[in-house]
Design a protein around this ligand. Structure first.
Ligand code: F0G
Length: 482
């Protein structure tokens, strides 16, 4: 079942699990939050978790485990080589994806590192529907470049298109012609997309684009980190797939690709990663990189306990009652904000709700990081931690100029099975208040700017005393303690 229907009550999503273990939350007063965000250099990655009320930074490694996942951890087989846990994990992945060869790695970006080491040479091109920060960084570090060939509609924030993660087939053909197949390391399809609002890609589009790649002899790679949401959207939005089971859809997708990798911090609800390789020779050509960078070939830097948990998590990702939770809560949040007039990415996608900072903070120039400012303002106004997904998350051009992001988003991630609907209502309420006071938000500037992945460790300051003024207005509305 994907959604429980109501009789008299308005339609709302219902949690399909019950709480067994809790973590106490603390809501710091607004003045304290102001102090904390200054100490964090106006970078939400630098906040301490204990100073946060609603941690919606990410769904990575922070999803709630099920009782079955936790109990599986007890049977983990600790061995440097030949752990039975690894074989259980590998067999489960083969059962689901139909791919035999498995290279374990400690998380998604470690898989990206191995793929870049193996396939990317100076001057090479990697075709993508859209990039992810770490995927791109590994490719550019090796002297390659990324061509993002998302359909133009994918970047329109307000829309009712069901598959905004689809790649543009004409752009793909033209790009292959320009670059030549020999210069293309691989084609990476991200399902669903991370940086453009968790928007899904259709099965049909994956089928068509992988056919083009095959025809030209280009290796196809699926980033399945966000696959569970994408599977839900294919089943509920793609007419020709509605009668197929999640397992059938997963297998149909897997059959299209030469390589599948994922972050098990997302797919599998635990912490780890893996690369699945169809061809034996290709598998052997990457094998040595695992013990070099990760750990022996039967753990790849992961804890065996986590591997046992994710093996159960993979099965749970094939269950509509489990995978529908994220998209349904996100959809609820997006629709409530949209009704109020808050600019959000529509339709709701996977991963989280995405606020359109380019509209909400249209008064802040892009070089003063409107999405970065909005995400800090939201922490001040409610203790909610989101993530900047805009220009701050980009790297500068080689000449030092800013590379302006095509979208300026604040992501409010919904870790799976973590927050209740009343907590979701709280977030909606605070975003509405902030939207009504959006003119008070000002810009940010760097005080310390790292060259690579600056959004993780960079430090910034406000361009004026707007944070102080915003906190005063907030306290007037909600009181000193709120
Ligand atoms: N691919 C996608 C689509 C991702 O969303 C991520 C991580 C990765 C690869 C890298 O995986 O973190 O295990 O190394 N996304 C996290 C996020 C960080 O918050 O969206 P990782």
């Amino acid at each position: 079942m994907s959604e429980i229907k109501f009789y008299k009550h308005e339609q709302i999503p219902v949690e399909m699990h019950k709480v067994k273990i809790v973590q106490q939350l603390k809501l710091l007063p607004a003045d304290e939050r102001l102090k904390k965000i200054k100490e964090a250099g106006f970078n939400t990655f630098q906040l301490h978790n204990g100073d946060i009320f609603m941690d919606m930074l990410t769904d990575s490694g922070v999803n709630a485990m099920s009782d079955n996942m936790q109990s599986a951890m007890f049977r983990a087989d600790d061995a440097y080589a030949g752990s039975e846990t690894f074989y259980r994990m590998r067999d489960k992945l083969e059962e689901i994806f139909g791919i035999k060869y498995c290279l374990p790695a400690h998380q998604g970006r470690a898989c990206e590192n191995i793929l870049a080491e193996r396939f990317v040479k100076e001057g090479n091109c990697v075709i993508m529907n859209y990039h992810f920060t770490t995927a791109k960084a590994h490719i550019t570090r090796r002297g390659g470049h990324v061509e993002e060939l998302i359909k133009d509609e994918g970047l329109i924030s307000k829309s009712d298109l069901p598959f905004k993660g689809d790649i543009d087939l004409d752009k793909v053909r033209k790009c292959i012609e320009k670059e030549t197949p020999e210069n293309i390391s691989f084609m990476r399809i991200e399902s669903g997309t991370n940086l453009i609002g968790g928007q899904p890609i259709s099965y049909e589009n994956m089928k068509e684009v992988t056919e083009i790649a095959k025809e030209k002899g280009i290796v196809t790679v699926l980033d399945a980190s966000l696959l569970q949401d994408n599977l839900y959207f294919i089943k509920t939005r793609e007419e020709s797939m509605k009668d197929k089971s999640i397992r059938e859809i997963t297998r149909m997708i897997a059959d299209l690709f030469d390589i599948i990798y994922f972050s098990a911090r997302k797919f599998g609800f635990a912490r780890g990663g893996a690369i699945l390789v169809r061809d034996e020779d290709m598998f052997h050509s990457m094998e040595d990189l695992v013990p070099m960078f990760e750990g022996f070939l039967t753990y790849g830097g992961m804890s065996v306990k986590e591997m046992e948990a994710m093996t159960v998590g993979f099965d749970e990702s094939m269950d509509m009652d489990v995978i529908s939770q994220g998209p349904l809560f996100i959809d609820y949040c997006v629709k409530e904000l949209d009704k109020y007039g808050v600019p959000v990415i529509t339709p709701g996608g996977g991963l989280g709700a995405h606020l359109d900072a380019s509209v909400i903070c249209s008064h802040i120039p892009q070089q003063e990081y409107p999405a970065g400012a909005l995400v800090c303002a939201l922490y001040l106004c409610g203790g909610i931690r989101g993530m900047e997904r805009g220009t701050l998350s980009e790297e500068r051009n080689p000449d030092g100029s800013e590379r302006f992001a095509s979208m300026e988003l604040v992501r409010l991630a919904f870790p799976r099975r973590v927050f209740t609907l009343s907590q979701t209502e709280y977030v909606i309420d605070r975003v509405k208040w902030l939207y009504d006071h959006r003119d008070m938000i000002g810009g940010l500037r760097f005080t310390h700017e790292p060259k690579t992945l600056r959004f993780f460790t960079g430090m910034l300051e406000a361009t004026s005393d707007w944070p102080e003024k915003l906190v005063e207005a907030y306290k007037k509305e909600f009181g000193e303690e709120a």
